[in-house]
Design a protein around this ligand. Structure first.
Ligand SMILES: *Cc1c(COP(=O)(O)O)cnc(C)c1O
Length: 397
């Protein structure tokens, strides 16, 4: 029996990329593509952003790694910056979204034990995505991702997304609940945007029951939805926020931010990491946060995202094969009435990178925050035309 040297975890498209610039990425044959996926919400500043390139190369020439047994000034600077941007009190750095969520789950368990709850339980949502480690996989609301990995980690109870009544039912019955873990907008689940007062209602029920409100902003953070964090569209403050994807524009990093009581739960020896918060990743993230602020990229993402959704609405909104067009900032989903997974391949042939999620029915776009209006127009034109042709609609514009 012979094996491919790579483990078989992805169905990959046959294209390989060798360089990128801004919203564009180039394959090994020299073809160029408008990158409306950003490596799944990672390269928010576009490819090869000069500020990030400079921060990484300067830092690589100085010091890439330093153990957390020592003071790491860049880590402290980044913590200062992120707590200021978010209003949270402190932060733990890991290397990925899943690790950031692992830290959040551990905080919730510690919070429970401190309150005398021996089997602390976290409320999580149907269709949620929180990562692939065992605990985050157990929190994820996708049976097919979990199948074959049982026994799952216990201590989670699941309710439908955007359904306060389901949470109220649990509040009355389950004294082990200590926290809610939820995405402000579900990304992998298919760009689901909850009712405008959902986070406020979650905050209230958490306050009434002394639960932690923990927001998974791995995908929605770092300007993606038109605010630095998606919760900043509201006036509430969470107890825990996790982020990762857009934070260092592609250099692996994850962050778990905490506030109030949640910020005091870890003590030396209770959590740790070898690579997390290393000087290289922190230098890259500092350049990202500075650039997002200096270039007003949250506002740009907000406005450009609204423009893109409006335009898709005009071009496709009344078509019978479209169920719904949704967006929050530059997190955009076009839900079809039937599955259309092939659209990712067809878009690639037309020179646009996007993906299809939500059970194969939601065409998802996560364009970079630096995308220009002209690039957005090209994206809108290409994708609406592609969907029309795919659906056998003869209209064009
Ligand atoms: C991508 C994602 C994760 C997992 O992040 P990794 O870096 O792949 O571990 C967790 N939560 C959400 C909401 C995500 O979109």
């Amino acid at each position: 029996m012979s094996f491919q040297p790579l483990m078989n975890t992805y169905n990959r498209l046959s294209v390989a990329f060798e360089r990128g610039e801004g919203a564009w990425i180039y394959d090994t044959d020299g073809n160029k593509y408008l990158d409306a996926l950003c490596g799944i919400a990672v390269t928010g500043l576009g490819h090869a952003h000069p500020a990030v390139t400079k921060a990484i190369s300067d830092q690589a020439a100085r010091l890439i790694h330093c153990s957390n047994l020592y003071t790491i000034p860049l880590q402290e600077q980044l913590a200062e910056k992120l707590t200021t941007v978010s209003g949270m009190d402190n932060v733990f750095f890991g290397n990925s979204g899943a690790e950031a969520n692992e830290a959040a789950i551990k905080l919730a368990r510690r919070y429970g034990h401190k309150k005398g709850v021996e089997t602390p339980t976290i409320i999580v949502m149907e269709n949620a995505f929180h990562g692939r480690t065992l605990a985050t996989l157990s929190a994820t609301g996708n049976r097919s991702a979990q199948a074959g990995f049982e026994p799952l980690v216990s201590g989670f109870v699941r309710v439908p997304y955007d359904d306060m009544e389901a949470i109220r039912q649990i509040a009355g019955k389950n004294p082990n609940v200590v926290a809610i873990l939820v995405e402000p907008v579900q990304g992998e689940g298919g760009v689901h945007i909850p009712a405008p007062d959902y986070l406020n209602q979650l905050r209230s029920i958490c306050d009434e029951n002394e639960w932690l409100l923990m927001l998974d902003e791995v995908q929605t953070g770092n300007g993606r939805t038109g605010r630095y964090f998606a919760f900043q569209h509201t006036d509430i403050m969470p107890d825990v926020v996790t982020t990762a994807k857009g934070l260092a524009n592609g250099v692996p990093i994850g962050a778990c931010l905490a506030r109030g009581e949640a910020a005091e739960l870890f003590t030396p020896g209770t959590h740790g990491t070898t690579y997390g918060g290393n000087p290289l990743a922190c230098a890259a993230a500092l350049a990202v946060v500075d650039t997002i602020q200096a270039d007003n990229l949250c506002k740009h993402a907000d406005e450009l995202g609204q423009y893109i959704v409006d335009q898709f609405q005009q071009k496709l909104g009344d078509a019978p094969y479209i169920k719904e067009i949704r967006g929050k900032g530059l997190m955009i989903g076009i839900e079809l009435t039937e599955a259309g997974s092939e659209l990712a391949v067809l878009a690639k042939v037309k020179g646009v990178l996007l993906n299809v999620t939500g059970g194969g029915r939601v065409v998802r776009m996560l364009p970079p925050l630096i995308m220009s209006r002209n690039e957005a127009d090209l994206l809108i034109h290409t994708v609406s035309q592609l969907i029309r042709v795919y659906a056998g609609d003869e209209r064009s514009d």
